[in-house]
Design a protein around this ligand. Sequence first.
Ligand SMILES: Nc1ccn([C@@H]2O[C@H](COP(=O)(O)O)[C@@H](O)[C@H]2O)c(=O)n1
Ligand SMILES: C[C@@]1(CO)OP(=O)(O)OP(=O)(O)OC[C@H]1O
Length: 161
Amino acid sequence: MNSGIRIGQGYDVHAFGEGDHVVMGGVRIAHERGVLAHSDGDVVIHALCDALLGALALGDIGVHFPPSDPRWKGADSRVFLRHCGALLAERGWRLGNADITVVCERPKVAPHAAAMRAHLAADLGVDVDAVSVKATTSEKLGFTGRGEGLAAMAVALLVRA
Ligand SMILES: Nc1ccn([C@@H]2O[C@H](COP(=O)(O)O)[C@@H](O)[C@H]2O)c(=O)n1
Ligand SMILES: C[C@@]1(CO)OP(=O)(O)OP(=O)(O)OC[C@H]1O
């Protein structure tokens, strides 16, 4: 890892299940469904963690936080993100910027994007303008379009600390 930049990408999906809220970017959003997950099922943070781990070539979130490990049952995914931030710092990197896209028909993400960005930036120790969160529907096509679950994609650029 001698070059001055690294790039990574991440993708995560969680199916809707019983519940009355979803968590995205550390924000609890009231919703008529919850998500099926071992942790809190935060697709935004899981995708971002995978982008950061990918940039470091350190595997993926399931390697670091196995779904078989009872410690992570119901876990706040911000714990995972802070851990990834520490891995970056230990290796002499910091986040240059990250861009995350959530794909779902509902819930609406835009009203919560600023709060999500604030959480993600705080957990990674960067300015809020280094972290983008946006959303799109899939025009009622596919599993997200049918309202079966949530998806999120992330890209992250690392720069030398
Ligand atoms: N879950 C979502 C999906 C979309 N948005 C916002 O609505 C805009 C229009 O979405 P289209 O898929 O019709 O392009 C989009 O640009 C987002 O700002 C949202 O907040 N939450
Ligand atoms: C986050 C972990 C934690 O055990 O479990 P899940 O909440 O099910 O989420 P997933 O996106 O499948 O990632 C795997 C795991 O690391």
